[in-house]
Design a protein around this ligand. Structure first.
Ligand code: CMC
Length: 425
């Protein structure tokens, strides 16, 4: 596996030899596992320099702005494949042939309903709950409804759980929206595409006919594809960490949803739109740019920057093109928020602060404008990210559980009190 070694030299000790491994692409990694036997840990808050696992699913070259799923570039997948192709690819390693695609689609589109009792589960939430709060609850609760797919050591159980999650996430997502609106839940329609069925469950009502617009359904499908996986990000690492203790897959995905919620991660799409609305007018952009650069102001330009990408996020390019398609289809020619977004992007890409720090627009920058145009409220945006990310989370969980793994258990640099005695009264 390796023919290179690193040598760690610490004063007063014998040098420690550490093996170096090369992947098929990307940086080499130094294997530091033996350090504990030498009474040492590595220190890497935020895991900036830490590879937590071996994986064959997704590769990112942050400097070049490249994102590959199982070797295929994201822009080619978004253009030529549909979301279920990408789900299959992430889960099984190869694109499906026609027969495999037919079977997979059949399975996914025939597990779309949730247990009827789930309807009552929703009633326990306040109407004004944030939809992500509901999602964390209801996805975790799937483990209480599907006892026949909880045995993580059983291949069949893992497979069924994976299918159930991909099938039911859009149903649960649409239910959170309907619940907040006080409208009846709409049952899925298995004859529609994955994206089309989602739009149907969101926007149809029993009171009138709803026809799914194929351009919007395709756009929805593309958006899910663009979110499908992103290697060891915070939510995926959370899913892996939860899974490493042997927790069931529904609980692990619920943990991933919780981690996704924050504004530094999936919650950024909601934050971007809130920010654009707050800016309100192109005339105010300069002021917000100034605030983003001010070290004493916690404000950040939402939708900009990325831990890994130090170049344009390749998903953002496709997202921008999809945004143009959707606005064109809906006849929105003069969207003021889009205007602010484009102006903001231009200024930020030219401003030395953003240029020097390599802060480019990320996937969340344009997705909110599309969602808004589709009539989806801001607080649902991160829920849609969660729906799209589900196959990635499951693929990583499956990869880990199917191989050899240990419980994830980081150590710490302790800075608290040394031992002291309980005060005597
Ligand atoms: N606006 C202004 N300054 C920024 C921004 C921003 N959006 N992002 C980073 N910086 C600055 C930051 O202040 C720091 O400056 P300095 O070196 O002078 O202290 C420098 O750039 C590096 O930032 P960092 O916080 O150390 O970088 P990180 O890798 O820890 O954080 C990030 C990455 C995505 C959390 C961050 O860029 C950010 O908060 N962006 C806005 C939120 C956002 O859009 N998140 C979505 C990420 S993409 C989708 C996803 O993965 O979920």
């Amino acid at each position: 596996m390796t023919d290179k070694t690193a040598k760690l030299v610490i004063e007063g000790r014998d040098p420690i030899e550490l093996p170096i491994y090369s992947g098929t692409l990307g940086q080499d990694v130094v294997d530091v596992r033996s350090l504990t036997a030498h009474g040492l840990f590595t220190y890497d808050p935020g895991f900036v320099s830490t590879a937590s696992c071996e994986s064959e699913i997704t590769y990112i070259d942050g400097d070049k702005g490249v994102l590959l799923h199982r070797g295929y570039p994201i822009d080619q997948l978004a253009e030529n494949a549909d979301y279920l192709d990408v789900c299959y690819l992430l889960l099984y390693g190869e694109l499906p042939d026609n027969t495999q695609k037919g079977e997979f689609k059949n399975i996914i589109m025939h597990h779309t309903m949730v247990h009827e009792q789930m309807h009552e589960f929703f009633q326990g939430f306040r109407r004004d709950s944030h939809p992500m709060a509901i999602m964390v609850g209801v996805v975790g609760a799937l483990s209480a409804f599907y006892h026949d797919s909880l045995d993580i050591s059983n291949d069949h159980h893992r497979e069924v759980a994976a299918h159930r999650l991909i099938s039911k996430m859009p149903t649960l997502a649409a239910m959170t929206y309907k619940y907040s609106m006080g409208q009846p839940f709409m049952y899925p329609r298995n004859d529609l595409s994955y994206g089309g069925n989602f739009l149907h469950m969101m926007f149809s009502t029993p009171a009138e006919e709803y026809t799914v617009n194929p351009v919007l359904a395709r756009a929805m499908d593309k958006i899910f594809t663009l979110h499908a996986d992103h290697e060891q990000n915070a939510s995926t690492s959370t899913v892996r960490l939860a899974g490493s203790s042997g927790a069931n897959p529904f609980a692990c995905i619920a943990a991933g949803i919780a981690a996704l919620w924050g504004p530094a991660h999936g919650g950024a799409n909601e934050a971007v739109l809130n920010m654009l609305e707050e800016i309100g007018d192109e005339a105010n952009i300069e002021e917000y740019i100034k605030r983003a650069k001010d070290k004493d102001d916690p404000f950040r330009l939402m939708g900009f920057g990325h831990r890994v990408y130090k170049n344009y996020d390749p998903r953002a390019k496709v997202m921008k093109a999809t945004c143009d398609e959707v606005l064109g289809e809906l006849g929105i020619n003069n969207d003021p928020l889009l205007k602010i977004a484009m102006r903001l992007e231009k200024i930020a890409l030219e401003d030395p602060y953003f240029v020097e720090k390599k802060l480019y627009p990320n996937v969340d920058f344009y997705s909110g404008i599309i969602f808004k145009a589709l009539g989806i409220p801001n607080d649902m945006f991160t829920v849609l990210f969660a729906v799209g990310r589900t196959p990635g989370w499951i693929a990583h969980w499956k990869e880990m559980i199917s191989g050899s793994y240990r419980i994830g258990r980081p150590r710490q640099l302790y800075k608290g009190h040394t031992q002291r005695d309980f005060p005597k009264s």
